[in-house]
Design a protein around this ligand. Structure first.
Ligand code: GLC
Ligand code: GLC
Length: 675
């Protein structure tokens, strides 16, 4: 990997002075205190901005960025300026244990944005403070990858509402102490986006927003080291676009002669689907376009930007083109610029990468604390599913110990399910250390979670099975993967409900780890009611080819009406989650500043996660098996909880014969006894 350029400090200082002067001028008509605030922030984060923009060398679009930032700062609404102040006084607001996230498609949850606003009471019951609405911006027509193929970043999907509706929703979320998260697709746009259409016609500057090639030479060279994201429905990372106008310098296209047009045809970089065109982030104009989108949405009231597929932003020959150093530099520049204009706003990384690469997205080395504030903890999610499939926690213990620590100012997004498939990110090294084959274990998980493996409780489907690598990811809702779908069928057929109880135990356990890990637990819509796989997507030709819709159900409000009835499945799951949120908010040791460390209690079926927080030790004990398990009371005491108090069931576990006994799928949140 290339080292990122490091601008000389003297140069930075004099440039910073120039930037401040330009900003002062642009802010001259603001009240003096407002202008001072912005200038102070520019002094504070300007150096980060300059370091980040150094990725563009002499082409760094400094004046333009300062122009965008000051314009955004000037037009920020008073309510948002007040929010900026409050969050600057509490910069760790998103790390506090009272945070709970909820993720949904607005239409599937409540029809429209206005409908979402009417459901805040429901969300508050669950303790939700953080609402992530899946892609809302206007997508292309036809297949749109769940909204991740954006046609226009300045318009909302008309069926959901307008930007004004979004602003109103943000205001009412804020009034309830809640925040709004929106997806920001930075890596690619829909091929129907104006920029892509202009590029198709061969028009500059837009052609240079994309990565287009005259023939297979460059694509072949890149593909030697590029993994495939969608090997099944979008093989390769480039798409031949026959109608693209070729620039003069390219010569005739391969379609010359025959029926083709020698002046047309190009290979376009499309990491994901053929209708998602990757942007060329080495072009500073692309940076400015997307920064402007971020700042405008921040001023509508968005609090958190989820940087979609962020790892893929920067391309370099001979690499996987994921997580190149420039990715972090670009994000640092976006982050610093946004902090100056809208300090209430934070960034979340969607980087589904190996654990050892993940902390870089929260900032390591010279980017520490300067890039994203939140990142998905993909490895925790994968390890949880592996643990309940095997009834063993030793692999999780090893894998969760590997990553270097994240900056204390950042936090994880912890989750059990999301809108995407599960990729079996089990490392060969971790598996090998336990005498397992990584390949065989990944195969096992892929078979287990379809239900094909003998004795499996799960109901899921393969996603993007890749015969070349043997990889197969999994689609399916949390409840179906955790055994509830199969158990309810058994109960209906035989009257036997034992499996239902086990499945509910598993569901609670999985959530208890996510809620007790430290970070914002992110619930995916419907999981709070145990919704099962939804096959209705098969009737929609726009969706039918992508079985991730299996686990993106429509909200079942009839099922939701049963949520307060403890005799129902919905009531049991919902009550469990409410309880987790309530107990969690009273435990200071769950503040995101410290990490959970796996510890060994000598029982491979018990995942033990310890948090050493100045406010007190927290020890999470999770029995990932359907059998009773014992751990030594002396060992638990030695880990810092001599007289343990179990916070979820509010009791003091007492050792018998020196041992503490955990029931099947027990989740214990231990702290020192309050008495
Ligand atoms: C992200 C989204 C996923 C989408 C992909 C391409 O990974 O989570 O749903 O397919 O980006 O935008
Ligand atoms: C890959 C990408 C991830 C995306 C997913 C979509 O795993 O790394 O970003 O969410 O594909 O299914």
């Amino acid at each position: 990997m290339a080292a990122d350029p490091d601008p000389k400090e003297g140069a930075v200082a004099s440039t910073l002075e120039e930037v401040l002067r330009q900003a002062r001028e642009a802010l001259a008509d603001l009240p003096a205190d407002r202008a001072d605030d912005v200038a102070l922030r520019l002094e504070r984060w300007g150096p980060d901005l300059l370091q980040g923009l150094a990725v563009y060398g002499d082409d760094a679009p400094l004046a333009e960025v300062v122009g965008l930032v000051t314009a955004a700062a000037r037009t920020r609404r008073p309510a948002l300026v007040a929010l900026d102040k409050r969050r600057l006084l509490r910069p760790d607001w998103f790390g506090s244990p009272d945070q709970v996230g909820y993720v949904c498609y607005a239409d599937r949850f409540a029809g429209t944005l206005r409908g979402v606003g009417e459901k805040l009471g429901y969300l508050r019951e669950l303790g939700v403070t953080y609402l992530h609405l899946m892609p809302l911006l206007e997508p292309r027509e036809g297949p749109d990858d769940g909204g991740y193929a954006v046609r226009d970043y300045r318009t909302l999907r008309p069926d959901l509402g307008t930007l004004a509706d979004l602003g109103r929703l943000a205001d009412s979320l804020h009034a309830h102490g809640m925040t709004l998260t929106l997806d920001l697709v930075l890596n690619h746009v829909a091929r129907e986006h104006d920029w892509a259409q202009a590029a198709l016609r061969g028009e500059e500057p837009y052609r240079s927003y994309f990565l287009m090639y005259p023939d297979r030479t460059a694509p072949d060279a890149y593909e030697r080291t590029l993994p495939e994201v969608f090997p099944d429905f979008a093989p390769g990372s480039f798409t031949w676009v026959p109608e693209a106008v070729r620039p003069a310098g390219w010569g005739p296209g391969p379609d010359a002669g025959a029926t083709g047009d020698a002046g047309r045809g190009a290979w376009v970089w499309t990491t994901f689907n053929d209708f998602q065109w990757d942007l060329d982030w080495s072009n500073p104009a692309v940076f400015c376009e997307l920064l402007s989108v971020i700042l405008d949405l921040a001023n509508v009231g968005v609090d958190v930007f989820r940087l979609d597929a962020i790892a893929f932003l920067w391309k370099r020959l001979g690499t996987t083109c994921q997580g190149e150093p420039e990715v972090h530099q670009v994000v640092q520049a976006l982050r610093a610029a946004t902090r100056v204009a809208a300090p209430a706003v934070i960034f979340k990384a969607e980087a589904i990468v190996a654990p050892e690469h993940l902390p870089a997205y929260l900032g390591t080395g010279r980017h520490a604390g300067k890039v994203c504030d939140l990142a998905y903890h993909n490895s925790l999610m994968v390890q949880l599913w592996s643990a309940v499939a095997t009834g063993r926690a030793d692999l999780a213990r090893r894998a969760l110990a590997v990553p270097p620590p994240k900056p204390v100012t950042t936090s994880w997004g912890t989750y059990v399910r999301c809108h995407d498939d599960i990729g079996w990110a089990i490392s060969d090294t971790d598996a090998g250390a336990l005498g397992l084959s990584g390949f065989a274990h990944r195969r096992f998980l892929a078979e287990f979670f379809t239900g094909a493996f003998p004795g499996s409780f799960a109901r899921g489907e393969h996603f993007q099975a890749n015969p070349a690598t043997g990889d197969a990811r999994i689609s399916g809702t949390l409840a179906s993967l955790a055994g509830l779908e199969a158990a309810l069928e058994t109960a209906a057929a035989t009257g036997r409900t034992a499996d239902v109880d086990l499945a509910l135990g598993r569901i609670f356990l999985l959530h208890a780890v996510a809620y007790g890990y430290g970070g914002i637990p992110l619930l995916y819509m419907g999981d709070e009611l145990g919704l099962r796989n939804d096959r209705s997507y098969l009737d929609d030709p726009r969706l039918a080819a992508d079985n991730r819709w299996l686990h993106r159900p429509w909200m079942d409000w009839t099922a939701a009406e049963r949520r307060h009835d403890p005799a129902t499945v919905e009531g049991r799951v919902f009550a469990g989650l409410r309880h987790l949120a309530r107990v969690r908010s009273g435990l200071p040791a769950l503040h995101a500043a410290v990490e959970s460390e796996p510890v060994d209690l000598g029982n491979g079926a018990v995942l033990a996660l310890r948090r050493r927080h100045p406010a007190g030790i927290f020890l999470g004990l999770y029995n990932v098996s359907p059998a009773w398990q014992r751990v030594s009371g002396v060992d638990v005491a030695r880990l810092g909880v001599p007289q343990p108090w179990e916070n979820l069931s509010a009791f003091a576990p007492r050792p018998e014969d020196g041992e503490l006994a955990l029931p099947p799928y027990a989740a214990w949140w231990l702290t020192r006894s309050p008495g």
